[in-house]
Design a protein around this ligand. Sequence first.
Ligand code: PEP
Ligand code: MG
Length: 889
Amino acid sequence: MAKWVYGFGDGRAEGAAEMRDLLGGKGANLAEMSNLGLPVPPGFTITTEVCTWYYDNGRQYPADLDTQVDAALTAIGDMTGRVFGDKDNPLLVSVRSGARASMPGMMDTVLNLGLNDQTVLALEAASGDARFAYDSYRRFIQMYSDVVLGVEHHAFEEILDIFKEGKGHALDTDLSPDEWKQVIERYKALVEEELDQPFPQDPREQLWGAIGAVFGSWMNPRANTYRALYNIPANWGTAVNVQAMVFGNMGDTSATGVAFTRNPSTGENALYGEFLVNAQGEDVVAGTRTPQNITEAARIEAKSDKPSLEKVMPEAFGQFLEICNKLEQHYCDMQDLEFTIERGRLWMLQTRSGKRTAKAAMKIAVDMADEGLISHEEAILRVDPAALDQLLHPTIDPAARRDIVATGLPASPGAASGQLVFTSDEAVELAGTEQKVILARVETSPEDIHGMHASQGILTTRGGMTSHAAVVARGMGKPCVSGAGSIVIDYRKETLTAGGRTFNKGDIVTIDGGTGELLAGAVPMLQPQLSGDFAELMEWADDVRRMKIRTNADTPTDARHARDFGAEGIGLCRTEHMFFDDERIIAVREMILAETETGRRTALAKLLPMQRQDFTELFEIMHGLPVTIRLLDPPLHEFLPKTEKGIAEVASVMGVDPERLRARTHALVELNPMLGHRGCRLAITYPEVAEMQARAIFEAAVAAAKTTGEPVVPEIMVPLVSLKPEFDFVKARIDAMAEAVAQETGVTVAYQVGTMIELPRACLRAAEIAETAEFFSFGTNDLTQTAFGISRDDAASFIGDYMKKGLIDQDPFISLDPEGVGELVQIGCERGRAQRPDIKLGICGEHGGDPASIDFCESVKLDYVSCSPFRVPIARLAAAQATLKARKG
Ligand code: PEP
Ligand code: MG
């Protein structure tokens, strides 16, 4: 008989932490905590296999599941001394989902299950607290009706608000037991009205309803969106956790809270969390009441006048602190915990690895390695390279004037400016037209995931540091200010008001997630400094990684940035970018439009000193490191004047008739410029351009060697080669120029000539090309374009549909297609190496800064990846992880 149900409680469990796939994250960790002897309310987990079975079998359950559930309920009853469904001594339970990967807010929870008109009396008798018993019952009806029966939450809120207003009560806690009874009657009437049947009184029916709702919610739109965003396969399924209830709302000696063993925003090694006295379950995360700090230190720092847990329940606090340490030592990671204190007695409801900002991830990894809890290698693997982007994001310039509108909580660091929007759909719409938006909501819910994703930053007026907005924004690496209570958002008028000022939809605002401030207008930002933990982790990564990291840089500013970020040379200098400069463009146009070689050489002579100066500067900045310079690549017409004024200007410099110039301009226009007269094809038609560039490179190498005192070994790269003869033709010109410069200067420069491999034919004929090419750099932008036959300039208009419709997981222009394009790269590597075993191989397409693509580059043993300057740190870490993963096999 298959085992579908795993029990836990009383210091024992049938499951364990490593059974996460089967029990889900929550179930596996509840079992583990139980095994560790921690106070966990007894319960059981229905496995993820049941979820899969359920969907494979038309939403039915395996035949023997109910017997196993009954046995597990009896076991909980034995441990608690209660009986499920018994009217005098009822066992009440919670039902929670728990997928393999944490999906915050995605799945629904039901508490107090088992309550009905009878058992509520028993709860009243057992607790001696009628208010508590009826409050619990009405919460159950509300939650169950919302999650299981589909009667919306706000309909109940409305009933309660009207009731309170009628009675003149401000707070829920003002209601007497009798008043709660009246509310309950109204709730039940609402359910009956909506569903044409009464609220279920049978605990067993309630339980199976809740189990079905958890499985059902695995496929709800919110869960589907979350899975799509985070690449979680649908067939993983969710588990269901059923646990004996413990109550945080049994009066002033009861409480419920959430905590992180270290600060999830900064990584500081200090217990961090929030709780509410006399509250239940979701009250803390829902953000409807402002929670209290757990430690005194945090309370003082937050300048809160509400007492900390440390102060109000010192004993439970002490025990909780001990458990935190135990769990952190046990899991060797920062934990995110949920707990309830029932009449002074502490119960643990959840532990899991806590989500954290990149900054915190870095600090925690480095600190834990320094504390000896994990190895350097483990620390490297703990930080998601893509998340480093957060640290590379700007913060507000301290010198800037801050026009502070309101202050909330600093929920997720970084700063962002954008247009104010009040709905997620609007955020998505504006982001689709490349506009930057700040999403402002009273509070966010899982329905807002898409809007949060599309925004630069998120602002809420309600909710704490662990509210939905805060948790999700941190995970996404977006700046977030939460709980800015002095702000009033009016959704209908589409306005935000604070401190007597009103902002409309579309107004530009800035949020500072580091200070919790909302600022008017756009504010100057500063680039981040990479030191401390960042530098330390990078050093460890550098010790481990096999591949070198170079950068794609065409300007001195880029090159300096990249060097500061740890680039080990330039892998691609796109020289055409140097031609677009205002001063030069006329000479470039003159060169292109010249009708004779002499005319062209005259124009080139003007460009030579400028190019020489460019290269000298790059060589000097990168002294001691390799610099790859690529010969001119783009279609010529890109340089041509597009306006009458532009044509007249060039015509006057060249002393020709504007009419002739216009005709020549038209003649150069191509139908498919990306597949046209570009790359080495230009050098075949106009070798003198390549010669001028080669001369500039060699003369710059001589000059830079003098100023830096170090020899410069330029790597000259020929673009868009598909035929060996193309490469040889250009190489011959370069070699001749090297010889000429050596003669003229008396200095012989060592250099290499290699090629971009960015066309399928070049991959296939790599062996032949490697006879004369001394290095290859895979240009995976063009290789993706030509392998797929998809124009890289037009892909954006339809690739999104391919992803939405599930035909591909990733845009192949962002993350290298490992199968198709990958196979071409692999063939290129193998054939190139077979011909020239020591050939240097690299990549310089956009993929060079993408962690998944870097993994691929490690698998074909490239010598280096080259990426844009801001991605250099990401690439350093990703390359180290790739090395470690390759070692593990
Ligand atoms: C490439 O094609 O991958 C490449 C790096 O060159 P470019 O993007 O300049 O065409
Ligand atoms: Mg290219």
